[in-house]
Design a protein around this ligand. Structure first.
Ligand code: NAP
Length: 309
């Protein structure tokens, strides 16, 4: 039986792994389908303390994993399908196999929100993407007009990154000012290759009949006028949805699916703790997720000490 199972290997999960490993709890850390989490799809992370020149997102996560493993964390590429909390120890179904655990730290993070417009899903990976760092350098996007949708830090970051490849980057945002931090917004607006398209939404991605992206239909929310903007790629950066579906009906969540902790990182189920973006729709930073992972590890360790006294 496992003392601690950590679900997720983003900043929260790997920090929880480091702390529980150093507490001699030999945590089993399950990666899910995206080892290292969303940060592995970022280019340079400039706001993680301790890296004055910035650090590559993939490298940061690789280092975190190595650090946790050095103290005895066991990281396994595996996906949790369900969790039975009706009796203790808890039973997780992991790639079809049962795993028993005294405590669980849920650090499942969040995934990309989709626009939900016609053409988007059909053209995913055929010009529609949710990650500029992963796909921006593909030949299909080189020297072509590209579209980024969103107005937050992610959209600004993606647009800036894509100026390396595209001829022009149209940044379509539904309001007339960015939600992004001032430094990111200023950098974006100063880039001559980025053309903001304000107060507008994408209503359709074209053209599923041709099986490739040829453009987007854009509606100006102030005038109601719809037009077509030619482009070879659509990079969607409109926020995230928490990866908490497997805990539906088990853990208390808000209306959007974010886990609501009860005391500290403790959830409504004693022995299950939560950390990171799956329970945070406010801060959502690498460093806050790491801090939450640390807190969850300390809470789990204290819970286990009390349980085994
Ligand atoms: P976000 O801050 O939630 O921004 C999402 C953007 O998408 C908002 O501008 C929102 O519009 C827009 N949006 C949402 N749903 C939409 C829809 N259906 N259609 C059109 N537009 C839609 O998400 P994010 O940019 O991914 O950032 C998430 C967190 O990560 C933030 O805390 C951010 O600071 C952080 N982050 C930091 C960095 C960095 O520091 N380098 C980089 C990336 C992300 P409204 O503005 O109208 O709501």
């Amino acid at each position: 039986m496992e003392k601690v199972v950590i679900i997720g290997t983003g900043c929260a999960g790997l920090t929880a792994a480091l702390y529980t490993a150093r507490a001699n709890l030999s945590p089993l850390v399950l990666t899910g389908i995206m080892p290292g989490g969303l940060l592995t799809t970022t280019s340079i992370v400039e706001n993680f303390p301790g890296f004055p020149e910035g650090v590559d997102g993939y490298e940061l996560m690789t280092r975190m994993q190595k650090q946790a493993e050095r103290f005895g964390a066991r990281v396994k590429f595996a996906t949790v399908e369900s969790v039975d909390v009706s009796k203790r120890p808890f039973t997780l179904s992991v790639d079809g196999e049962p795993v028993q655990a005294q405590t669980i730290i849920v650090a499942t993070g969040a995934g990309h929100r989709h626009l939900g417009v016609p053409g988007e899903d059909m053209l995913e990976k055929k010009g529609v993407t949710y990650c500029a760092t992963c796909d921006g350098a593909l030949p299909m996007f080189r020297n072509q007009p590209l579209v980024v949708v969103g107005g937050g830090d992610s959209a600004c970051e993606e647009a800036t990154y894509l100026t390396r490849f595209g001829s022009t980057v149209y940044l379509i945002h539904r309001r007339d000012s960015f939600r992004a931090s001032k430094i990111m917004a200023d950098r974006t607006l100063a880039n001559p290759k980025i053309k903001p398209v304000w107060a507008s939404v994408v209503t359709e991605v074209l053209d599923p009949k041709l099986d490739e992206v040829t453009g987007v239909k854009v509606k100006n929310l102030k005038t109601g006028v719809e037009s077509v903007l030619d482009c070879a790629g659509v990079f969607v950066a409109v926020g995230h949805v928490p990866n908490t579906q497997i805990f539906k009906g088990v853990l208390d969540t808000d209306a959007n699916g974010y886990v609501i902790p009860k005391h500290g990182s403790q959830t409504n189920v004693e022995g299950i703790f939560v950390a990171g973006d799956c329970s945070d729709h406010v801060y959502r930073q690498a460093i806050t997720a790491a801090g939450m992972g640390c807190a969850a590890a300390i809470d789990a360790e204290r819970y286990l000490s009390a349980l085994n006294q």
